[in-house]
Every structure is written in C-alpha cells, then in structure tokens.
Design a protein around this ligand. Structure first.
Ligand code: ADP
Ligand code: MG
Length: 578
C-alpha cells in the first residue's frame, strides 16, 4: 500500500458514493450487475442504505417515494440497457408526481460506443423525456459536480427526476484521491413568496366568498405546509378537501374536512384555493359540469408554468405553499375574519357528508358473502393504527379504500398518483417501511392492493421478507381487473374452449392463493373469506410485526362501487352483444 497519501487511489465507484454522501443522499434502491455492482458496494460502505430489489421498475418507484417522504432524493441504481429501460416507468411516475429522484445508470464502455457493445443504448437521450435533467459526466473528476447538479435540480423549483449516466469504464478506473474536488452539499431550495398585492387580493376574495373551499394537494404534503394550512383552516373556519395524497396534511377526521362530500363541494364552491394541486384529471380540469362556470380559483404553486392551466385563475400565487400560506395568515391577522360556521354552505356540505357516509355504512353492513369492498374496508379501518402508512392501488380497491381508510398524518398515503400507475404499491411500501425503520421504529405500513395491482411487482415480497420489513399486505381479491369470475363459472367456461379464446380479458385465475407468495419466503399468509377471518388475521398481523404478512381477502368478483353505471360484459366472445 502506498504510504504517501498524495498517491492514494480511489475508484470511480468510490467517487460516486462519496459524492452522494456529500449531497446527503441516504437511500439507494436497485439491482446490481455489470457495471454497477461496485457502486452499490461503495455506497453501502459509506453508510447509505442499500435495498436490493427484484425489478428495476419497483426499485425506481421505491426511490421516488423516499424523495417524497423525506424531501431528499433517493437513488435508483440500475445496469445498462434493459436495466435502465425498466426504470423508465419509475422515472416517468416520479416526474408526473413532481417527486425528486436520482437514477444512476451504468452504461457500456466508451471505447465500444457505436460498436454494438453489451447493452448499448442511448441512455442520456432516452431519459430526457422522463426527467428534468439527464447527463453523463465526461470524466471521473466531473462526477461530484454532476451529482450535485442532479440532486439540486431534483429538489429545486418543481421537484422531479434526474438521470446520471456512468460508463462502465468509469467504475473501476483508479484516480488519485487529491484529483477529486467534492462540491459542498447543495443548499436547501430557496423559499419564494407570492407578490404582496396578489396575496391581498386572494384574502379579500376569500373574505367575500359565499361557498369557499380549500383543496389540499400532495404539493402541500411535500412542502411540509401542514402547520400553516391547518392554522388557516382553523382560524378562518374554512372547509377543506384533500386530494388522494393530500390526505393527512390535516387529519381526515378533522371537523372541517369535507372529503365525504367531495363532488358536491367541488360543484358548488364559488372560491377555491388550490394548495399544491393541479387542475388535471384528478380535479376534473376545474371545468363545468363538475364546477360552477364562474368559480374563482386562487392557485398556489411553485411552478409558474402550472398557473393558468385549463382555467384562468382569479389570483395566481407563485411561491412555496408554506410561505404563501403564512402570507395569507398575516392578512387574516391584520384584519381578522372567520367564515360563519352556521352558513347555508356548511349545512349543504354536512348534510351531503352524512348521507354519503350512511350509504357506505349501509353497504359495509351487508352480511352476504363473498364480502363487498365496503365491508372489507370498514373492518380494516377499525384496526388501522393511527400513525401507519397507507399504500394503496388497484381500481376499485384504491377508489373505495380512499373514502373509508383514514389518514391522520401528512405524507402517509401513497397511491397510483397523477400518472395512475398500477404496480407502484410494493415499491412504495418498501420505501415507507425502510424510512419508518430509521425514523420511527414500530410504525407499520399497510399496503392495500387489488389482486391485479399486486401482480405487477409480486416478487418484491421476497425483498420485503429479506429485509424483514413491517408491512402488512392486503390483497383485495376479486379474481380480476375491475372484476372477475367465480371459480365455478370459470371452470364451466373452459369447457367451451381454450382460455385464450373464451376467457374475458379482465379475468385472473379465480381463487388464487396469493398468500403463498408470502409464506414461500417465511412471512405469514392468510386466506380469508369472512369478516371474522379478516378481523382475526389483521389483529394477528398487526400484533406481531416480527414478520411481514399477506392477507388474501376474497371478495365478490362482481362487486362494484356505490353508484357505478356500467358493467363489463363477462360472457365469452361468441355470446357478447356488441
Ligand atoms: P394532487 O395530485 O394532490 O392534486 P399535484 O401533483 O397535481 O397534486 O400537484 C402538486 C403541485 O404542487 C405541483 O403543481 C407542484 O408544482 C406543486 N408544488 C410542489 N412543491 C411545492 C411547494 N413547495 N410549494 C408550492 N407548490 C409546490
Ligand atoms: Mg381485482
């Protein structure tokens, strides 16, 4: 070993690891292989947690969730070519959700470029569409500054995904330690505030509103604006509506939450403040008939390009949600104001909430078997730990589950999100569990999956068991996508032909024992068909978190939402009427 420190060498992999550490990156998810194995080893050696996953897509979902949960991007580490291509789904999802993420992809050796090298692919170009920054450092010496720029870009302005490409020949190349200059950790994003005059106009619009509504989006959750928004809600006594992942910024059981009267609240409000929520499909574009034609939007967003999308806002408040909310609060401190709690608007909202809640309770109390969605979720809600993470995906499973399962804490709900991505659940659950283990040991992750959604990343159950993560997986199993067939109908149908010609495309194998996926790796598995079995298995799963568990919950294969108009035709093609 060289005794002269000026001759000490380090590898490209070690430079990458040290650069990430210097930028306060704390979690890496990935799958190793040529040429990135050494990067994972070097990273782990520096105390960055490394979670090995089974598919790059799930690894990328996990890394992006860490960014949302902690405000610091997680890294997804992937091999060249197909490894990177698999991760694109996660990058796209992160970018659509406005979540910070760093993807590091190995790539083929520079000397073989354009020669048909092993897994050669134009990776920097490929990532451009899925990210806000995509680059390859042109030397080992440039790695620290490119990684600093990637981390900074991922969290400044509107958060998003960033890609750093590492050619295979960089990884093991040795360089003199003194030739590498590490950048200091990038500063936290600078806080920007809205124009004072615009804040004033927004406050007076609210004061004059007859039917005001605050909409709390996942931007507010990401911005850690929970204290200021709650103060605004309580001081001015305003009704608020969380978006799916805005749930928990203020607890769902807060008396001013009008989640149970969602459609009515949107439809009749005359002044709406949007705190970090885009007027995209999730909010029906802000347009009639779902809204009043003359509704006035007050838009709060950090991204100027977002302001005015689909609707011309009455007031645009460009800035950080937390800072802008405090600006609004200052207005209401100067000239105090409260929305009257006995108004007609509150009466309309309360009545609608009451009748909606009664309708779902009624469905939940049905005793018929197989169970329906509402029965399942009411029993789950009864045992849901107050501080747990709720991860959810699937069509009806997610939509109905959201109305019943309550969130009490901000950034504790993860779901299919802006991109409507199915297959995110297990990666998200793994991320939440890994973060929980560090921050709040004992905290649980409840991952509520449709049977179809579960299938996208089912092999991540091995990852869950390998790291012994505190996850309870619920598979709400209706034998299909949207709906399926019961086992007898399925068997009868197969008499008329091969499954590829007669099985409705929505069908999955009836009576699948998904719980065996969990027991295969040493976790606990339950197959439940009744409310009593569900209650018991959930109690056991939550009481003993020495092992992860999976509860496979059989529900009515044709169960639907409360007032769902259309049903999918499940007859074989020959009998279908078009
Ligand atoms: P949801 O799906 O909950 O409706 P969206 O993802 O559509 O939420 O909207 C989130 C918005 O929050 C994005 O437009 C994003 O630019 C914005 N945002 C993110 N962080 C901040 C912040 N710190 N301050 C203000 N806006 C933010
Ligand atoms: Mg299903």
């Amino acid at each position: 070993e060289g005794s002269n420190p000026s001759e000490a060498q380090m590898s490209g992999a070690e430079v990458i690891a040290q650069s990430l550490k210097t930028q306060d990156v704390n979690y890496m998810f990935g799958i190793v292989g040529i040429p990135v194995t050494e990067i994972a080893l070097a990273t782990q050696k520096l105390g960055i947690r490394y979670v090995g996953m089974r598919n790059e897509q799930a690894a990328c979902y996990a890394a992006s969730a860490v960014g949302y949960l902690t405000g610091r991007p997680g890294v997804c580490l992937v091999v060249s070519g197909p490894g990177l291509i698999h991760a694109l789904g996660g990058m796209a999802n992160a970018n659509m959700n406005c979540w910070p993420l760093i993807v590091i992809g190995g790539s083929s050796e520079r000397s073989q470029e354009t020669m048909g090298a092993f897994q050669e692919f134009p990776q920097v170009e490929a990532c451009r569409l899925y990210s806000k920054f995509s680059a390859r450092p042109d030397s080992i010496e440039a790695i620290p500054s490119v990684i600093e720029k990637a981390v900074r870009s991922s969290i400044y302005g509107r958060p998003g995904a960033c890609y750093v490409d590492i050619p295979a020949d960089f990884v093991n190349l040795q360089v003199n330690v003194n030739s590498i200059k590490y950048m200091e950790c990038c500063l936290p994003p600078p806080i920007c505030m809205a124009e004072t005059s615009a804040v004033y106009v927004a406050a007076s619009l609210l004061r004059n509103a007859k039917q005001p509504l605050l909409i709390i989006g996942k931007g507010a959750a990401y911005a850690h604006a929970e204290h200021s928004i709650r103060k605004l809600v309580e001081q001015c006594k305003l009704p608020f509506l969380p978006t799916p992942m805005g749930k928990g910024v203020i607890p769902d059981n807060h008396p001013n939450c009008v989640g149970a009267a969602r459609s009515r609240a949107l439809q009749l409000a005359d002044v709406i403040v949007l705190f970090g929520a885009r007027l995209n499909w999730i909010l029906h574009f802000g347009l009639p008939p779902r809204y009043q034609p003359d509704v006035k939007f007050i838009q709060v967003d950090i991204c100027a390009e977002e302001l005015g999308n689909n609707v011309r806002p009455a007031v645009a408040l460009l800035g950080d949600i937390n800072a802008v909310t405090q600006q609004l609060l200052e207005q209401f401190d100067k000239i105090p104001w409260q929305y009257p709690p006995e108004s007609k608007w509150w009466k309309i909202l309360r009545e609608k909430m009451k009748s909606n809640e009664a309708a779902s309770k009624e469905l939940a109390s049905q005793k018929s078997l197989p169970m329906n969605y509402y029965t399942v979720f009411y029993h789950v809600q009864e045992q849901l730990p107050r501080d747990c993470f709720v991860v959810s995906e699937g069509a009806n499973t997610m939509d109905i589950g959201r109305t019943v399962l309550q969130n009490c804490l901000p950034r504790h709900r993860l779901d299919a999100g802006t991109f409507g991505t199915m297959g995110v659940g297990l990666g998200f659950a793994i991320a939440a569990a890994v973060v929980a283990k560090d921050r709040n040991p004992g905290q649980r992750v409840i991952c509520v999956e449709g049977d179809s959604a579960f299938g996208f990343s089912g092999m991540e159950v091995e990852t869950i068991c390998r790291y012994n993560l505190p996850i309870v997986l619920l598979v709400v199993n209706n034998n299909g996508i949207y709906q399926g067939l019961d086992i007898d109908t399925w068997k009868d149908m197969l008499k008329s032909g091969d499954a590829t010609t007669v099985a409705p495309p929505v069908c999955l194998l009836p009576h699948s024992h998904y719980e065996h996926v969990m027991t295969a790796f040493g976790g606990k598995g339950y197959f439940v068909q009744t409310p009593e079995e569900l209650q018991k298995s959930l109690r056991q799963s939550l009481a003993d978190m020495t092992k992860p568990s999976l509860i496979n919950i059989m529900i009515e294969p044709q169960a639907m939402r409360k007032a769902q108009a259309t049903r999918i035709c499940l007859r074989p093609p020959s009998q279908r009427i078009l």
